[in-house]
Design a protein around this ligand. Sequence first.
Ligand code: CP3
Length: 320
Amino acid sequence: MRQAGRYLPGYQAVRAKVSFLELCRRPDLSAEVSLEPVERFGVDGAIVFSDILVPLQAMGVDVHFDDGGPQIRTPVRSAADVARLELFDPHARTPWILETIATLRRTLPAETAVLGFCGAPWTLATYAVEGKMSKELVAVKTLLWREPDTMRALLGVLAESTVPYLVAQARAGASALQVFDTWASALGEDEWRAFARPALRTVFDGVRAALGKECPPLVLYSQGTGSYAEALRETGADAFSVDWRMPLGRWRERLGAPVQGNMDPTALFGTESSVRAAARRMLESARPFDGVAANLGHGVLVGTPPANVAAFVDEVKSFR
Ligand code: CP3
């Protein structure tokens, strides 16, 4: 996640020429920045360059990206606002992400995975309602507590619009689809079960029903949900991308399903030897299991030394 980004010089050079959204809309440039980490570090997969907020824009929300992160000038705050959200045809409104996936699939060898993605309904709802990054998420949780039916309607339309978006990415050549629920961390278990979970279930069931035997693995990234890890299975995801708040092996055991993760992204700010030690500890904890993919527990942070990413990948590849 964010393996392409501002910590890489190639990405910075491209961003010096075009805005973030222009970059998302130019398949040649998106493919170029998606490929940089694969070429530079030899990772096993490329994640298509885009952002989880791109489909929100396609639904009629005025998303902007400036230096302080994403901004929505007129956030979704009422039932009337929710009613104005439009379902969209990804081929018409977001053709670039599909072209970028097709380009990556054509360019990379068959054994290199091409990952498509989207935001989870709850995480998209947090941005739609807050309008910007926020620590306490008071606006979106106010809506949840005061107008649960409006919140359900919002999550419902977000889930419904996500299904064709992911289906189109799979048909364009994505070898796995990952749904990012970063802000699951803001919900208690009961609220997660009542609001976030049914919307995720709609997404995974819908994609699987539409694609049938052609359906690639569906992966749920969720953050801050370790205390009720077992319940994540109820979303219907095939595999889980997990945070660093418990050892990877314990996640694997509790989920009883393939896992991806979970080194603390700040561990990459250590020394080369501390990076290697943290990577080994992660893999050692999961040694008894199959179905384990080495990754971070969240995105690569701005300012991460690329040499430490290289050390992480090298340590993982040489682990026996
Ligand atoms: O390599 C990849 O993973 C590329 C694609 C990708 C981006 N964002 C590019 C991006 C993916 C998978 C995401 C997911 C995303 N975006 C999430 C879910 C996962 C997570 O990170 O929690 C969320 C919540 C967003 C929303 C978002 N987009 C935020 C909060 C920000 C600002 C954060 C920041 O680092 O400034 C963005 C902007 C963004 N999306 C950047 C990148 C590389 C930085 C934009 C820039 O170039 O200035």
